[in-house]
Write a protein of this length. Structure first.
Length: 386
């Protein structure tokens, strides 16, 4: 597999699909080429899934453990034994709960693979192409990093896949700081501080609108790629967003993290045996995914929100609550009754206002407590005020 290629396979046997794709990509040779000297089997290979919150993978937010199992089995078949999994959930949820609930404890115990919770890991500062960022220490243990994101939408950045998934490898305090910095620029610089060597995308049933899931769009697809910028640019095309609407892509490209040029990207669709069924360029319409588009749910409710540097978990719980009210036909009534936009975000700390969501708005006349408040609590309180 070349760096300008993306391989895809469709089906229901996610573990064997993953193994088939890794064989087609010849991951073993890719690892060996990066380390031509010494015994590659002593290398530490890190696998970074997305365990943003403790919800099952079929809810559309977290990486299917079957995909990670396929990676582990492939690596073990080629005598790569020093393997770790590393991840940290978003602010407001505990990685330890996602580790248990999403099937990763069982996976860790079955294969004897260590799982490192980056929420409890030490961290260090690193110059990431001119921006100093704080990164979890476990990253320094990893010689070869395999990123396993879920292809899904995001309430603040429109899409999340390869590049944004690296946020799980920074401490919670740095995650909060990313939001005060506007997300896009630090995400781009993080791509130089944490180099992902290979990407296995869980495109099985990601929620195409919200990062925390709830509305899974089933496609039963797994993809592999080597260029995170190219892959995320392709994700933009699939979900119907111009690359310009995800600014961290252009910024990451300028920093040298990859290419966004889909006219030079080859998409290869493989059968279960790894044989090519069809190929086409990345800037062409994908004949296998004509219905994969974001529903634009956030745009339908965002007019009611005054967002000032909110964390993903907080906004991610507010947005679906608002959409539920819209579906019930009472969002406009809520907006009229409040007489103001709903404030949310760290930028409102210490300030006053009429109504807010989250502890950052605790000086407002009224606010919904929590850091972050849960979606159901937000929904119930807003419905009461509608």
């Amino acid at each position: 597999m070349e760096n300008n290629e993306i391989l895809k396979q469709y089906g229901n046997d996610y573990t064997n699909m993953t193994i088939s794709l890794l064989k087609a990509a010849d991951l073993k040779t890719r690892i060996e080429k990066k380390f031509p000297m010494g015994d590659v089997h002593e290398l530490c290979i890190g696998i970074k899934p997305n365990l943003v919150c403790p919800t099952p993978a079929d809810y559309g937010a977290t990486t299917h453990p079957e995909v990670v199992e396929g990676i582990i089995r492939y690596l073990r078949d080629y005598d790569f034994k020093n393997i770790i999994m590393l991840e940290g959930s978003w602010i407001g949820d505990k990685t330890s709960e996602a580790y248990e609930y999403c099937g990763y404890r069982a996976l860790s115990e079955k294969y004897g693979v260590e799982f490192v919770d980056t929420q409890t890991d030490r961290s260090h500062k690193k110059d990431c192409a001119g921006m100093e960022l704080t990164i979890c220490d476990v990253v320094n243990r990893v010689d070869y990093l395999i990123n396993v994101p879920v292809l899904k939408g995001h309430c603040q950045t429109n899409i999340t896949c390869a590049l944004k998934n690296m946020k799980g490898l920074i401490p919670n305090s740095e995650k909060r700081r990313f939001h005060t910095m506007g997300l896009h620029e630090p995400i781009a610089h993080l791509s130089r501080g944490i180099i992902q060597d290979f990407i296995v995308v869980d495109h099985i049933c990601g929620d195409l609108d919200f990062e925390e899931g709830g509305n899974p769009a089933k496609t039963d697809c797994i993809m592999v790629a080597a260029d995170p910028v190219l892959l995320d640019s392709y994700v933009c095309r699939l979900l119907g967003y111009p690359v310009s609407q995800v600014p961290y892509l252009g910024l990451a490209e300028k920093l040298g993290s990859g290419s966004s040029n889909l006219s030079e990207c080859m998409i290869r669709v493989l059968d279960s045996e790894g044989n090519e069924l069809k190929s086409f360029m990345g800037d062409e319409d994908d004949p296998y995914e004509t219905d994969v588009k974001s529903a634009g749910k956030l745009l339908e409710v965002s007019y009611t929100v005054d967002d000032y540097d909110s964390c993903s978990a907080c906004y991610g719980n507010l947005a679906p609550a608002l959409y539920r009210l819209k579906e019930e036909g009472i969002l406009e009534k809520l907006y009229e009754n409040l007489g103001c936009k709903i404030s949310i975000g760290q930028g409102h700390k210490g300030k006053t206002g009429r109504f807010g969501v989250g502890n950052c708005c605790q000086n407002f006349d009224a606010y919904i407590k929590g850091c972050p408040p849960q979606e159901e609590d937000i929904y119930e309180e807003l419905k009461r005020r509608a």
